[in-house]
Design a protein around this ligand. Structure first.
Ligand code: ZN
Length: 274
């Protein structure tokens, strides 16, 4: 069966461990062009299709990159504009950020964007109001829920597979597509992207994908362009944050290639025929 591949299209410095990790007004080295071109080559070589959740900041600076991703047959979705945590924004700040980001991307690609993913999985018990705003803005699906609990994010009681969330007593039309987990000893464990993908050995990731597939569901793999770039500049982070951000970066591209060769991947839009 097919699985789902997703990329959060942001720069190497877009991290939310604390408030002042990055400043979008400053100028930083551009790494995203080379890293994304490399991903596009790997996806083409392995006949994989993906959903790219594009940060508005990136779309504004590199519109041709977005056109190249579309030309390669991938889905374009939104990752908001400025990579700020939802639960640290007011509903009106969030609405402004996302509508601006959606518009910018749609102006480039000429069609409407169906999906959204929050920076750092920041739809949590504190920011469930975001779903209704996303639906009002015309999104068909959201992929911001991680049904686990961490110190930065998570909605541990959420269903593990796609569902229509309930908010204020109403079942929303918006489809929620949560990040993949496996059930071990009555707990949801993450494996399919970011730190977990970099930290776990390939055989464990492959086994987890097969386990999810045996439940009749696609695994949803997620990565960032920076995760195949061992030579990126390093952010000033605490020991724990550095571990989360950089652990396993040297072997990530080779692991991704093995996963792409073993499993078939498509986009969220195509998988769910949205
Ligand atoms: Zn992000």
């Amino acid at each position: 069966m097919k699985n789902i591949l997703t990329i959060d299209l942001e720069e190497w410095f877009h991290a939310n461990y604390h408030d002042d990790v990055f400043d979008n007004q400053k100028s930083y080295e551009v790494r995203i062009l080379r890293n994304t071109e490399r991903l596009l080559t790997l996806f083409e070589e392995n006949k994989a299709q993906a959903t790219f959740f594009v940060l508005g900041y990136v779309a504004e600076k590199h519109p041709q990159l977005i056109r190249d991703i579309v030309a390669a047959g991938h889905e374009i979705a939104s990752h908001g504009y400025a990579h700020q945590l939802i639960y640290k924004q007011t509903p009106s700040e969030f609405k402004e950020d996302v509508s601006q980001a959606k518009q910018r991307v749609e102006d480039i690609i000429g069609t409407s964007v169906k999906g959204y993913r929050a920076p750092s999985w920041s739809i949590t018990p504190k920011s469930l109001w975001a779903w209704e705003i996303l639906q009002d803005l015309g999104f068909v699906y959201d992929a911001s829920v991680f049904p686990i609990e961490t110190y930065l994010y998570g909605l541990p009681t959420a269903p593990r597979f796609p569902y229509h969330p309930k908010y204020n007593g109403k079942i929303l039309k918006l489809l929620e597509v949560p990040s993949s987990t496996v059930r071990v000893l009555n707990k949801n464990l993450p494996f399919a992207g970011g730190f977990y993908f970099r930290a776990l050995p390939y055989p464990v990731i492959a086994q987890c994908i097969k386990t999810v597939n045996k439940e009749g569901q696609p695994a949803i793999v997620y990565l960032h362009p920076r995760e195949i770039d061992p030579n990126q500049p390093r952010l000033t982070l605490s020991g724990k944050e550095s571990l989360i951000h950089y652990y396993g970066i040297n072997g990530c591209e080779q692991k991704l290639i093995r996963v792409l060769k073993k499993f078939e991947f498509t986009s969220i839009e195509k998988y769910y025929r949205l």
